[in-house]
Every structure is written in structure tokens, then in C-alpha cells.
Design a protein around this ligand. Sequence first.
Ligand SMILES: C[S@@+](CC[C@H](N)C(=O)[O-])C[C@H]1O[C@@H](n2cnc3c(N)ncnc32)[C@H](O)[C@@H]1O
Length: 450
Amino acid sequence: MVSPRKIIQAIIESVYLGEKIKPIQEATRRILYKYGIEDEILFRRITGIVYNIFRNYGLIDYIIESITGINVYEVPSFERSILRVSCYIQQLDTVLYEKHKVKYHKYIVDFVEKKYGKVKSRNLLKALDSIAKVKWIPKNKYEEFMAKYRISIELYKALEKAFAELGEDIPVFLEYIQGKVREHVFRVNSLKASRNAIIKYLRDFGYDVVPGYYSPQAIRLKGSLGREVLRLIETGVLVAQDEASMVAVELLPLRKGIEIADLCAAPGGKTTYMAEKTLLKSRIHAFEINKDRVKRMRRLLERTGTIDSVKIYHSDARRAVEILGKNSVDVVLVDPPCSSTGAILRNPDVRWRFNESEIKTINKLQKELLETAYHIVKPGGHILYTTCSLLPIEGEYVVKYLLSKYSSITLVKLDKPFKESPILPGTMRSYPHIHRVTGFYYALLKKKNT
Ligand SMILES: C[S@@+](CC[C@H](N)C(=O)[O-])C[C@H]1O[C@@H](n2cnc3c(N)ncnc32)[C@H](O)[C@@H]1O
């Protein structure tokens, strides 16, 4: 029997380690191993709590600051973990700990006193006491939305504005993102296997697998991933990729023998797909600024058998004009960094990390990358601008900027398989709550022949 004191300590340490080691489950696994907690049910329950703490960290930090005045980022990270665990138990947990809140508060206090000493930890103990005694209640509609939908107030406001402009229903979207991801989506690498053959193969092993909704290469798989699937991933037959990302490549006018530039390439989902679709008979110039992501991309290119048709540039893609030259490529893909708001369901960090001033910086980069694409594409060539963002400022307005600056660029109409954008007709958006894919924006541009 594992004592509750030990469980609380293990949770605190897991939350602490979870800030340093990803995925969070791995951090928890290491701590539970250290504490000798092997019971499967307990193991899963603790992992679930730690995951929940991370999923709600923005709300937890907000409540801590409201009650105690402490900004958790101004205290050492172990103390931050203690405060977060305490706040989760006292303020957010309504099932597991409800009956035992007082007792668990005492365990945390004892642990802190033992670790730091009563005098040294006076401020921390005072904060823990307030967290246990003062019930946080939302004071306005934004705090209510934050507590209900588990997204930061800043992000809620940005989405409220975006959805009003796009004519979309924000409550339906917010309800939808409270759910769990229930499917794994993969692209079948057509260089190695056909989709039908893979579906049959996996069904023979008892997998619940169906074809994708939009892409001819996609499969959707429910349940956990067994060794057959892992083997297919390792050998590059399957590539984990959202269907909205596959569609981006399918919108491009690709053919054998062309020069392609992929300005923001890693981890390489779209790069490898472009190589596949051109049967390795095109030349892809793949730019990526981040060294670790270059490594990851190289591994994917090797696994999928596409490395020979891709030239990697570990470089800022804004240098592509001097590296490749003006009017030098037939097709350019611009998939720049963004708020990732379209990927909120799969990436809990997006709920809390959103920051208006960061978006301004990224926005400038998005425009510069699109302008670079304009300079390197040949007359008659195409550019696809795409982002996994739900915000028009990162989508329609970036494209409008280019269209207003250069008269020799035109839009090629897109309205299938997703929804045409009302802000810039001829460009398209996918939505998680409507299409069951990541939210993406797509604009296909053509440089006029002069
Ligand atoms: C949205 S991700 C690209 C995803 C990729 N296209 C795929 O489908 O797998 C954006 C990438 O751009 C990279 N990046 C950011 N700034 C860059 C720059 N100035 N030049 C080149 N790459 C950049 C980021 O490191 C990140 O890997």
C-alpha cells in the first residue's frame, strides 16, 4: 500500500521534472519508478493528475496569483511545482481529493517544512495556507470562460475577434476543444505501400482503421498504437501527419522535374510528401533555421526514402534570395511559425502560451518569408502560403499585404475541400470543430508571366 504522503510527494516531483523532460508521461514514469510505485491503476491515476496539472497550468498560475499575489515564474521551479500541485488539489479537483483536502494540505505543509525548514519557507507556507482557505471564484465573463474552456483570457479575446470576422461559431469551437483526441492520423507513404494494402494489413491485426476524409493518402486509427504500427512508422511507411497538412501539399501544382523551395521545412511532413508526389523527380530546397529540427527532419527524410531529392539548408529562409537567386524556382511552400491556434486540441500548451506581442514579432517574419517566396518564384510559378493558425492576422492579412505590394501576383481560387474565407475570398480555411482536422489557412498565389 502506497501512503498518500508519498503519492503527493511523487506528484510534486513529477510536476517539477515535467517542466524539464518531455513528454510529461516520461517524467512521471521516472519519478514513480524512483518511489517504487508500480501498481498499474495508481500509476495511471497519478500520470493523469500530472497531465491535468500541465493541461491547466495557465489557469492554475492565474488562480495562485489572484489569491497569493505570487507570480509563479518568480519563484524557484520546485516551489512553483508545490504551489501548482496544492492549487490543483484545493481549487480544481472536484473528485479525487474533495473529501481529503484538509488532510492533503497538511501533507504538503509537512513536506515543505521538512524540506526547507519552517522559518525559511514562511512565505511559501503562508501562500499554501491561503490557497487552501480562499476559494477562487471567477469575477467576470473572461475569467468564467478561462475556467470553463481552459484557455487564457488573451487567447479567448483573440479568438473571439477572429471568429466574429470569419463568421464562425466560437462556443461550438470551444466546446469541441474540450474533448480528447481520439484518433491517430497517418499518411501512407506511396513510395513504399498503397493505402488499401496498409488498411488491410492493420485490420488483419485487429486495428480499427479507416481511410481519411480528405486526403487519398490518409488513414485514421483509433485506440493505442501497437508494435505493428510502430514498425511501420520506423520504416517510413507511415508518417504521423494531420490531414489538413496533407491537403496543403495536394493543393500545389506539382509535377516531375521542377524546382521546389520549402522555406520552413522541419519536421518535414510536407517536404517528404512533396518528394513522394513528384516521385523523387523534383529538386526540393528545404530551409530550416533550428538545428535540432533539422536533425529531426533528416531522420524523417531517411526513413521515408526521400533524402536524395531534398537539399537541406540549415539557414534563415530569408536568405533564400541570395542562396537560390531571384526567379529561380517553380513552386514555393511557406509554412511559417505561427500561434498554432489551429492545433490547440493536440497541443495543450497553445491554450496558455498565447501572447499578443509575440504574435506581432512572428507576423513580421511571416510577411518577410512570404515576400522572399515572391522574389524566388519564377514568373508563372506558384506559392502556397499556409499556417496552422485560426487568426486572420497570421493568414488573410499576410496575403493581403503581399497582394497590395506586388501587382504581378494573383490568387488561384481555393474553396475545396474546406471553407472559403470570407475575409479574403479565393483563400481557404479548415476548422477542427467542422472538419475534424487541424485548423489551417491556405492561399495559393501565382506570379504572372511578364
Ligand atoms: C510550422 S513549422 C513547419 C512545419 C513543416 N512545414 C511540416 O509540415 O512539417 C515552422 C518551422 O519554421 C522554422 N523557422 C522559423 N523561422 C524560420 C526562418 N527564419 N527560416 C527558416 N525556418 C524557420 C521553425 O523552426 C519551424 O520548424
